[in-house]
Design a protein around this ligand. Structure first.
Ligand code: HEC
Length: 157
């Protein structure tokens, strides 16, 4: 489909156009603003990702519930790369912060290519928005896998 092709091409062009030596900035600006994050998401991510509950896979996987859960565990049939599947990454704010700057710096060989989100506050806003697009009410319990999180494995069979 033409629109998706355009997205990939323009992402690649932008990527090639000066971001090669992009260093990873571990900071994240202030507290994220989910409303601004939604605007940024539409501009920078929505061409490949649907964020809403019940959203469908596109070039990238549907992202509802990605915040706070282990990578690739959407259970929605998306063909993730073997690298991401084997990564053991949990989508904490820190990991998302790194991912949307330079996915390959987190997991070499992944399939997601995007123009890096360079402004720390923009990253915080996008992450705050992703948090609203999940059932996570608190910070992800990355180091407490047995935390009493609401079980919502409805799509796993
Ligand atoms: C050009 C298409 C494209 C764009 C633009 C894009 N992504 Fe992705 N994204 C992907 C693909 C493809 C994957 C799967 C990567 C893999 O399997 O290695 C992915 C994976 C992800 C994942 C992991 C999902 C999971 O279930 O583990 C997150 C989180 C994510 N993207 C967030 C974002 C955010 C936030 C943005 C915007 C700043 C963005 N992506 C922009 C294509 C894209």
């Amino acid at each position: 489909m033409g629109l998706k092709g355009y997205a990939v091409v323009s992402a690649l062009l932008l990527f090639a156009g000066g971001a090669q030596a992009q260093a990873i900035d571990p900071t994240m600006g202030g507290p994220g603003d989910p409303a601004h994050g939604q605007v940024l998401f539409k501009a920078r991510c929505a061409i490949c990702h649907q964020p809403d509950k019940g959203g469908k896979n596109g070039v990238g996987p549907a992202l509802y519930g990605a915040y706070g859960r282990p990578a690739t565990q959407s259970g929605n049939g998306f063909a993730y790369s073997d690298k991401l599947k084997a990564s053991g990454v949990v989508w904490t704010p820190d990991k998302l912060n790194q991912w949307i700057q330079k996915p390959a710096s987190l997991v070499p060989g992944v399939k997601m290519v995007l123009p890096p989100v360079t402004a720390a506050q923009d990253r915080a806003d996008i992450i705050a928005f992703l948090k609203t697009q999940s059932d996570a009410k608190d910070e992800p319990a990355a180091d407490k896998p047995k935390a009493a999180k609401k079980k919502k494995k409805t799509t796993d069979s």
